[in-house]
Write a protein that binds this ligand. Structure first.
Ligand code: ADP
Length: 852
């Protein structure tokens, strides 16, 4: 609370520090203000009082002056009257004069004496005489200054007053001369005219002390002291006390008393008694009243402030209390809500929860939730105030738990542990957290606990551990396998490297080979542009490398008449991946033709896509010329031999028929051998001539529409005797497809292939002959289960006189020209011929013809 108020004050202070400062000093300010106002008022009153007093002094001075003037005038008038009488009577008899003087002395107090001065300035008459004897017959002119004064008075003919003098009678006084001129006609202006008769003076003698004592008795300006000076000399003083000296200095007012040419300075001041009597109480009352008011005002403000502050404090406290009450209420509601939530949570929690106390060597249950109660198989109410040991928990477990409680008490923080709970039937694993509850000193230690039944988890953990172990074994195995693989990979890598080195070496060798071989090597891309040409090609054609590279192969290096055929072959190689042996010529730089026997293979990029060809060619120009010569020779020889051979054959037939006499058995056998050899020779000559005719173009094919099935059946019919002879079964199921071909030639080719199949099959086996449509072509197949052909002979058997076995001609008959003739026939028709065979299992001969 206090700190709150302090905070509030501080905040307010920060907000309005000046106001607060003013507020704090307000009583003092009010006190000061009222005091200042009081003092000002007091000052004004005091000033007013002083002014009043000063005015009174001035007034007193004026009244004294008035009084002195009046009284002196009266006395001077008395003297004047005496002169008038003298004048009007022409001199006043002494007795009358003395009576007059007596009267005046009586009427007007203050005279020392009234005297008559004769014209010679001697004092003649004196009233009263007593006390003034010293003046009797005194010549006033004995003193030059007095004489001058008397003369001046006579001259002026006017009343003349002397300055203060020492009187002959003793004491200070002054004289008043009234000159007497008997002629009444005299004028002032002419006092010394002969008509004037100077008759002396009426002289008034005044003793200052007694005159002024008389004039200024106590009734004149009572309470005031006064002093009269003539010039520097003080001639009279009426003072009541010596103490008035200070008052005189402070309060005295001066004025002048003028009469008949004489000037006295009159100084008047109040007596201390008068001052005391006239002292106004008002300023004092005002001062004291004001100060009292100031104090009271300050006090009142202070009290008001205190009251206000207290009120504010009370209001603040009230406000805070109200807020606090509201907050408490809110907190209380929140707490109730929280408590109910917690209670719900407490009882509905699947975790076991509760509050316990430690009692000796046991645990006392204060409050436990539903889950705990269910764990022990009772209700929460029944658990309250029960000892753990009484719930069937073994003592060893109770001791363990107590240890954990003690640990949490010692550290002041929650302690987590896992503990097995063994019952007769099973063991449950519990995961517990115990925390100390802060309590007032002296009370028994209390703890909260949260327990989770983790039996399932534990079991899962055990399984997991087992699995982990198994996994580890598996991993170890795999690792071992992997390291083996790794080893083998390493080995493989090594081998690869070796292979790479080998390849490089191989490549080097190949390159060397390509560079040095006496064969033409040409690499073309898919567009038939030259990408590579070996030195032999350049040597043969006399072109330079630059002239060859990137040139179009066919239109640069192939003779016009062969371009179409060569391009077709190139296309087939690329698209059908068919690698025939073929021939076409190339042109050298000089335009000479070189006949090349080509063998091509495909080039592929790293993705395995075909990107060109590599062809190796043998320059067979010379061989071709020799072949031609040979062919011509064979042809000529065959022609020349056929006629005599035919007649020899006829003679032998004659002999064999016994028309020229009978022969001995040995002779017959000899003749039979001669006949068969002659027949083979004739057959060979026919084949040679056939082939020569076809290849030389002498024998033109005559195309006509014919049927594939019909052709096959005719061929079978012709070779049927041979099949029977070899005990071979022929099966056929040909499709009937229309062909635009020379039927005799196709029949010749079919007979050749079927005869071979029969010849090279074992007795009892079957051969199959079919024809079928394949795209735009007719495919003929002759298939046997005979001895088959070795892979390296699959191409060469189509060459002339090529046989798999050199003894075939002798053993199986035949000339080694049959397949060469077949190829010639098929190619003349624009078809292809090839064989597929598995050595020892049989062969399949195929040829295609374009179907129209
Ligand atoms: P020939 O007149 O010798 O039969 P070919 O040109 O017809 O001449 O055959 C050449 C060679 O091909 C044969 O000598 C034989 O070695 C082999 N040949 C041909 N056809 C077959 C076949 N069906 N089975 C096994 N070998 C065959």
């Amino acid at each position: 609370m206090f700190s709150d108020r302090k905070k509030l004050t501080n905040r307010l202070k920060n907000l309005i520090p000046q106001k607060i400062l003013l507020w704090r000093w307000l009583p003092a300010l009010i006190c000061l203000s009222i005091s200042a106002a009081t003092l000002l008022l007091w000052k004004a009153l005091a000033d007013q009082d002083q002014l009043t007093k000063q005015r009174l002094v001035t007034f007193a001075a004026a009244s004294i002056k008035q009084e002195v003037n009046t009284q002196m005038r009266n006395r001077f008038q008395a003297l004047e009257r005496m002169r008038q009488r003298w004048k009007s009577r022409g001199g006043t008899p002494k007795i009358e004069w003395e009576e007059d003087a007596q009267n005046y002395l009586r009427d007007y107090l203050g005279f020392q004496a009234i005297e008559w001065i004769d014209p010679d300035f001697y004092v003649r008459w004196i009233v009263p005489l007593a006390g003034n004897e010293a003046a009797q017959n005194l010549n006033l002119a004995f003193e030059p200054r007095r004489k001058a004064a008397l003369e001046a008075a006579r001259q002026k003919n006017t009343l003349t007053v002397t300055r203060p003098i020492n009187l002959v009678q003793g004491g200070k006084g002054f004289l008043v001369y009234v000159p007497i001129f008997l002629n009444t006609n005299r004028t002032k202006e002419t006092p010394n005219s002969p008509q004037n008769s100077f008759d002396g003076f009426i002289l008034g003698v005044f003793r200052l002390q007694s005159l002024l004592d008389t004039l200024l008795d106590e009734n004149v300006a009572p309470g005031y002291a006064l002093a009269i000076s003539h010039g520097e000399e003080e001639i009279y003083r009426r003072s009541f006390s010596e103490n008035d000296r200070q008052i005189e200095i402070q309060w005295s007012r001066e004025t002048e008393i003028n009469f008949e040419g004489v000037t006295w300075q009159l100084r008047v001041w109040p007596t201390s008694e008068l001052l005391a009597a006239e002292q106004s109480l008002l300023p004092k009352i005002v001062v004291s009243g004001g100060l009292v008011m100031a104090i009271l005002g300050a006090l009142a403000v202070h009290l008001a402030q205190t009251a206000q502050r207290r009120t504010q404090q009370v209001e603040t406290i009230n406000l805070k209390l109200t807020q606090e009450i509201a907050e408490r209420q809110k907190t209380s509601f929140a707490l109730q809500e929280k408590e109910s939530t917690l209670r719900n949570f407490f009882h509905s929690s699947p975790l076991m929860m509760g509050i316990v106390e430690l009692v000796d060597d046991d645990i006392l249950h204060i409050a436990d939730n539903q889950a705990t109660a269910e764990f022990f198989g009772i209700t929460p109410e029944a658990m309250s105030n029960r000892l753990t040991s009484s719930l069937g928990v073994p003592p060893a477990q109770v001791r363990r738990w107590i240890q954990h409680y003690h640990e949490s008490q010692k550290t002041g923080s929650p302690v987590h542990f896992e503990d097995p709970h063994k019952t007769e039937s099973n063991t449950r694993w519990l995961s517990a957290t115990v925390s100390p509850i802060v309590r007032t000193q002296g009370m028994r230690a209390r703890f909260s606990y949260i327990v989770e039944d983790i039996t399932v988890r534990k079991q899962a953990e055990t399984i997991l551990k087992q699995s982990k172990k198994e996994l580890e074994i598996l991993v170890a195995e795999r690792t071992a396998a992997l390291s083996q693989v790794n080893e083998s990979l390493k080995q493989e890598l090594k081998e690869r490297r070796q292979a790479e080195a080998n390849l490089r070496e191989l490549e080097r060798r190949w390159r060397m080979l390509l560079e040095n071989v006496r064969l033409v090597v040409v690499g073309l891309n898919r567009n038939a542009q030259v990408e590579y040409a070996n030195p032999f090609f350049l040597e043969l054609t006399k072109y330079s490398q630059e002239e060859v590279l990137n040139q179009d192969w066919f239109h640069t290096f192939v003779p016009k008449s062969q371009i179409q055929q060569a391009e077709q072959t190139f296309k087939e190689i690329l698209e059908e991946q068919f690698f025939p042996h073929y021939q076409h010529s190339i042109l050298t730089k000089s335009g000479a033709e070189k006949i090349i026997a080509w063998n091509s293979t495909l080039l592929r990029n790293i993705q395995g896509e075909v990107n060109g060809t590599m062809s190796i060619g043998l320059d067979i120009t010379e061989r071709f010329a020799i072949e031609q010569m040979k062919d011509e020779f064979i042809s000529v020889a065959s022609h020349e031999m056929r006629t005599p051979l035919t007649s020899i054959h006829g003679v032998i037939q004659f002999l064999e028929a016994g028309r020229l006499g009978s022969l001995s058995p040995a002779g017959k056998e000899m003749i039979n051998l001669a006949r068969r050899n002659t027949e083979r020779l004739i057959c060979l000559l026919n084949d040679v001539l056939d082939l020569e005719r076809m290849e030389s173009g002498k024998e033109q094919i005559e195309r006509q529409y014919c049927d594939s099935a019909e052709l096959i059946n005719q061929a079978i019919e012709i070779v049927n005797y041979l099949a029977q002879e070899h005990q071979i079964l022929i099966e056929t199921n040909p499709q009937s497809i229309k062909l635009w071909a020379d039927p005799d030639r196709i029949l010749q080719a079919l007979i050749n292939l079927i005869s071979n199949a029969i010849k090279f099959s074992n007795a009892g086996s079957t051969i199959w002959i079919t024809s079928q449509q394949e795209n735009q072509e007719v495919l003929f197949t002759v298939k046997d289960r005979g001895r088959g052909i070795p892979t390296d002979k699959l191409e060469s058997i189509f060459e002339r006189f090529h046989q798999v076995d050199a003894t075939d001609a002798r053993k199986k008959g035949g000339t080694g020209l049959g397949l060469a003739i077949c190829r010639s026939i098929v190619e003349q028709h624009g078809g292809r011929i090839w064989v597929e065979s598995v050595f020892g299992q049989g062969s399949s001969f195929y040829f295609t013809l374009p179907s129209r």
